[in-house]
Design a protein. Structure first.
Ligand SMILES: N[C@@H](CCC(=O)N[C@@H](CS)C(=O)NCC(=O)O)C(=O)O
Length: 219
């Protein structure tokens, strides 16, 4: 069974939890509170030198970082990972877009405005840039979705899951989706897919441990 180090309110972590839910793949979730520095302890850095979640332990001591790499790993061989050369490349195209155009802007705004107390005051200098670039990314997505139901291969794939992670919380960090009707329809389309789980969903308590409990188990 996979072991997933993740934080409940991290969009990057949610992307992986959402894919595992669609795939009905069992896993043990270990909550890592990045706001309390739990991803920067020597123990965690030994697992992922980047000090970030999500992190998937595939087998004893075998770790995979980067949400979109994890999405590919868990989805290969399923309908969530396109098969043809072009469909795969297009899924990757959108997943790179997610990491350079969406996540650094809407993800950053979500982190500082929604998760960090006083974050708005700490980041006033950056907010304007995040808004401008975030809206530009949303416009690119809107234009694609005007004539496509999904981002790649004409069906739900990990490209949609990657983009859903932060787009669905954009309204929680000052972005107004009113003028992006195609995005709003796509969000609802994802939410109607069989197996969808919201960001605040977590596996049952027996499978859901905190970092401390996991440390005890491993000791
Ligand atoms: N490119 C990485 C970004 C991961 C990332 O930024 N994770 C954040 C939470 S959403 C984190 O762990 N931050 C803690 C830190 O950097 O100390 C991915 O897609 O997985």
């Amino acid at each position: 069974m996979y072991k997933l180090y993740s934080m409940q309110r991290s969009g990057n972590s949610y992307k992986v939890r959402l894919a595992l839910a669609f795939l009905e793949a069992p896993y043990r979730a270990i909550e890592v509170d990045i706001l309390r520095g739990e991803s920067r302890t020597p123990e965690f850095l030994a697992k992922n030198p980047s000090g970030q979640v999500p992190l998937l332990e595939i087998a004893e001591g075998r770790y995979l970082a980067e949400s979109n790499a994890i999405l590919w790993y868990v989805a290969i061989g399923t309908s969530l990972a396109p098969e043809s050369r072009m469909d795969r490349a297009e899924a990757l195209q959108w997943m790179f877009f997610e990491q350079h155009a969406l996540e650094p802007n809407i993800g950053a705004a979500y982190f500082w405005l929604s998760l960090v107390r006083g974050g708005r005051d700490l980041q006033t200098h950056a907010l304007e840039d995040w808004m401008e670039r975030g809206y530009a990314a949303l416009q690119v997505m809107e234009d694609h979705l005007k004539s496509n139901d999904f981002f790649a291969a004409g069906q739900l794939t990990i490209a949609d899951i990657a983009l859903y992670g932060y787009t669905h919380v954009a309204n929680q960090c000052d972005f107004d989706l009113e003028s992006f009707p195609a995005i709003r329809h796509w969000l609802r389309r994802i939410e109607q897919q069989t197996g969808f789980v919201p960001m605040n969903w977590h596996p049952t308590s027996s499978e859901f441990d905190t970092l401390d409990v996991a440390a005890d188990v491993e000791a």
